[in-house]
Unconditional design. Structure first.
Length: 90
């Protein structure tokens, strides 16, 4: 199973996530500012199912998640990790 790695960004409300041995999408770029915008994208929709997610940017090599003000990464990470592990294995 590929490992997931969190990387800080200049924005403390955003985290960059990379993985070894897998891609998040085949090509291009997907950007979602709301759950409704991500509704037709399996990974985007699943990430917006995690309470506290405000924005998702997905590229093949990494993705960036921005949290809502007041949301805590420590509370969000287990659900984000579960979504991503299911996606990169699928």
């Amino acid at each position: 199973m590929p490992q997931l790695y969190q990387h800080p960004t200049p924005n403390p409300n955003s985290v960059k996530i990379t993985t070894d041995g897998a891609s998040f999408i085949d090509s291009g770029l997907e950007s979602f500012g709301s759950a409704s915008a991500a509704a037709d994208h399996p990974l985007g929709a699943a990430l917006f199912g995690v309470p506290g997610v405000e924005n998702v940017l997905i590229l093949p090599a990494f993705l960036t998640i921005t949290r809502e003000p007041g949301a805590q990464w420590s509370a969000m990470w287990p659900a984000i990790q579960a979504v991503l592990e299911a996606h990169v294995v699928a």
